[in-house]
Write a protein that binds this ligand. Structure first.
Ligand code: FE2
Length: 209
């Protein structure tokens, strides 16, 4: 049997690393079952449509409109699910373990006014999302930062993703029940500023070439 085309991206920390904000059983279910399901759905699609086997994950999520009608939605959902979840888990870190670097802080000040204003917008949008979706921190071609809500597993390309917050109920309901506010309020302690900074600096380097 051939190797699967995409493998389950490893969780970048221990299952209990985000406690008490996200507990180990929630994280295990979210990563080992939800993300694994997206990976196996995507691999099944590619096995059935080998013309996709040369496409990267990013191509599948950004160029899905070029796909044949009969698999367009399925690829958009499954490739988007893999991309979004891999970035989501990398967007989180052990509570209060990272801080925004000077370049990110000045970009936040420039584009949101201040860090408290950034979190006010983040919280407002996260609570505004109705139904399943994600809140993305993205950079445009001028490296300006934006927060944008997208439904389902849609990705924000050509805007470049820096981080994403999963707002699907499966991301928080098992721990917080109907208290979505508590989940959203936990995210400031968990956001991985080191990862955001690294992605932002990679975009800056690309823009200079
Ligand atoms: Fe999720």
């Amino acid at each position: 049997m051939a190797e699967p085309l995409f493998s389950l991206p490893p969780l970048p920390y221990a299952y209990d690393a985000l406690e008490p904000y996200l507990n180990a059983s929630l994280l295990r279910e979210h990563h080992d079952r939800q993300l694994a399901r997206y990976v196996s759905q995507l691999n099944a699609l590619i096995t059935a449509h080998p013309q996709l086997s040369q496409w990267s994950l990013e191509q599948l999520t950004r160029d899905w409109t070029r796909l044949p009608d009969e698999i367009r939605v399925a690829v958009r959902n499954s490739a988007g699910g893999v991309y979004t979840h891999a970035l989501y888990f990398n967007s989180l870190a052990q509570p209060n373990s990272t801080g925004a670097s000077k370049d990110i802080l000045s970009a936040i000040d420039r584009d949101f006014g201040s860090m408290p204003e950034f979190w006010r917008s983040f919280r407002f949008l996260a609570l505004k999302q109705f139904g399943s979706g994600n809140l993305w921190l993205v950079a445009d071609r001028n490296l300006r930062l934006h927060l944008t809500l997208l439904n389902w597993q849609d990705t924000p390309f050509p805007l470049m993703p820096l981080a994403v917050a999963d707002l699907w109920e499966h991301a928080w309901y098992p721990q917080y029940a109907s208290d979505k506010d508590a989940y959203v309020n936990a995210l400031p302690a968990l956001l991985n500023w080191a990862s955001i900074g690294a992605r932002y600096r990679a975009l800056q380097a690309q823009n200079m070439t």
